[in-house]
Design a protein around this ligand. Sequence first.
Ligand code: 2HG
Ligand code: ZN
Length: 469
Amino acid sequence: MPTPDLLSHLRSIVGPSGYLDQAADIEPYLVDHRKLYHGATALVLRPDSTDQVSRILAACNEAGVGVVPFGGNTSYCGGTVPNEDGSEIVLSLARLKRVRTIDAVNNTMIVEAGCVLAEVQKAAEGVDRLFPLSLGSEGSCQIGGNLSTNAGGTAVLHYGMTRDLVLGLEVVLADGRVLDGLKGLRKDNTGYDLKHLFMGAEGTLGVITAASLKLFPRPVSAATALIAVPTPQAAVELLGRLRTATGSLTTFELMPRIGLELTVKHISGVSDPFDAPSPWYVLAEATSPRAGDPLESIMEAALGDAMEAGLLADAVVAQSEAQRQMFWRIREQIPEAQRQEGASIKHDVSVMISRLPAFMEEGAAIVKRLAPTARLVAYGHLGDGNLHFNVTVPVGGDGKQFLASAPAINEAIHDLIAEYRGSISAEHGIGRLKREELEHYKSSAELEVMRAVKQALDPNGIMNPGKVV
Ligand code: 2HG
Ligand code: ZN
């Protein structure tokens, strides 16, 4: 437990505008986005400089008090909830929100951890560049959280995961030392690449306070299509064709019929653009920084060929920005529509794309066996081999009762994923939710190396205790 002396020392580090200690103010920091956990804390710190973060960690490390880094609170895995006994301090990065530099020639920007992702995107746009990380929660998630969880999203196919978009990090270690990796170099082969330790570590090894991010040419031409496909296998074949034909496929998302139905039902401004229902749909987008790039006609020709080959039943290439946005809305609002429909059991899994259709068939059979009346809503980033293999409560069913079947369904789906040599968390991380499963599915050698790294960087175990390892 933090002593009154420690608490007052921490308050003095950040000054009167840098902390919250009244129950009502603290409450929003205690519950995760999915409301899976409810923690407790005596103090939420809101430092406004790396130096303050450094002094906070040094003090907590000496006292052996746990620190829970907190960003935009969009974690799916309870990654930022303090434990229930109130013994940990919450460290919000929200006030570290400066864009320190933008260098359009070097194609880099240095941003602080508390910048909201949409603001980072906007700052890049201001110098005619693209920062390509793109997520449903981009209006509220913070770049520090994106980096710490190595977030995915809908442009991974072309640009990679968050860790691929980073040249270097500024990190405060558990004992308060600062690693300064903000040189903005594209080539630096000087031994272990330390930055990658902290991306995906979810704040368990140190606190990311700033990052040097890669910028890209800003796309000005795009072709966006909504495509009705008969099977996931057809979608996989279509993916290969569209990648080759366009040379710049940025997005390739798979959605089931029920995903479209749920968004049409719950989300305003969404309608089904097709005459006939289809079991599956794909949202595909190709982009290019060249003005006047004939992507639309290239996409149309490729879709025509694919139709002749029996890979699709129908397709619409967006004819206006409004239509393009509607197609995107159908995909991006599936999680919200699913939430409005009732309780759901989520699996954020990945396998090799070539094996995805077979996995989906076996996974669907498992769901049918364990929850015969529940509704499988399997959608997501097919281009990355990553599906949200979610299961929604039966029509008119009781949410609580349904959720009681989660452990059995999780175990069966994750066992299947293990058989397929896939991942039980493709893009949402581990947090608190999947810590035990991680222990089960990682090899002992992997776990030993992870624990050795944790021990080396955080010997007192103060960094986001109880998460990941
Ligand atoms: C998405 O791809 C997000 O829309 C959320 O990763 C997935 O809610 C989900 O399961
Ligand atoms: Zn996703």
